[in-house]
Design a protein around this ligand. Structure first.
Ligand code: ADP
Ligand code: 5GP
Length: 190
């Protein structure tokens, strides 16, 4: 079975979900790996599309049963993880698995896939712009914004461990640059 993966990691608010959504339209070989999370859905999110929304107990049961390739308590009391069944589901169809995961999760997935994965770090132009984007998204409470910003300085220091860094200042330019990097990666792994 051919395994190919592209993973996107970045501090929350950098724009990785926005970039992934744009790229999904270009590449019909992509399939998004739907993570499990113990947080509640945001307005507009649905179960089995954006995430598999699990109760904290159900998440814990699956951890005990070793159903996760990786999981992280990304924010205190909120866990996110990649189910092994999700990767099998996508690779069986010979599709390229697309991950949107935190920085630690990204590095763990890169270790698992090795050269079969392209690890992309999405860099915000600055911490100030990151904060503005998180606020303008309008989805987080003040507490959640502070939790997210609190992690970002540490996460930004991990960028050099990724295969490529894309600076997300102008969105069209960032999408184009990411698209070209991915095309090159896929050509080398037909
Ligand atoms: P992440 O998935 O990394 O948490 P999002 O994709 O949700 O981030 O983006 C955070 C916010 O910033 C969203 O409101 C999005 O529309 C906006 N955004 C993303 N990229 C850009 C950009 N290049 N310029 C301006 N705003 C952006
Ligand atoms: P959000 O709550 O904004 O959807 O996601 C919060 C953070 O959790 C983001 O950095 C996102 O990339 C990360 N995340 C989502 N799914 C996973 C996953 O399966 N594993 C890990 N390690 N992080 C994840």
């Amino acid at each position: 079975m051919k395994r190919r993966a592209i993973l996107f990691s970045a501090p929350s608010g950098s724009g990785k979900t926005t970039i992934i959504k744009r790229l999904m339209k270009y590449f019909d070989c992509f399939e998004f790996s739907i993570s499990a999370t113990s947080r509640n859905p945001r307005e507009g999110e649905s179960d089995g599309v954006d995430y598999y929304f699990l109760s904290p107990d159900e998440f814990e049961r699956r951890v005990q049963e070793e159903q996760f390739l990786e999981w992280e308590e990304v924010y205190a009391g909120t866990r996110y993880g990649t189910l092994k069944s999700e990767i099998d589901r996508i690779c069986e169809k010979e599709k390229v698995v697309i991950f949107d995961v935190d920085v630690n999760g990204g590095l763990n997935i890169k270790r698992y896939f090795g050269d079969d994965a392209l690890a992309i770090f999405v860099m915000p132009p600055s911490i100030e712009v990151l904060e503005q984007r998180l606020r303008s998204r309008g989805t987080e409470s003040e507490e959640s914004i502070q939790k997210r910003l609190g992690r970002s300085a540490k996460e930004l220091n991990e960028a050099s461990k990724f295969d490529v860094t894309i600076i997300n200042d102008d969105l069209d330019r960032a999408v184009e640059q990411t698209k070209q990097t991915i095309e090159k990666f896929l050509e080398e792994r037909v």
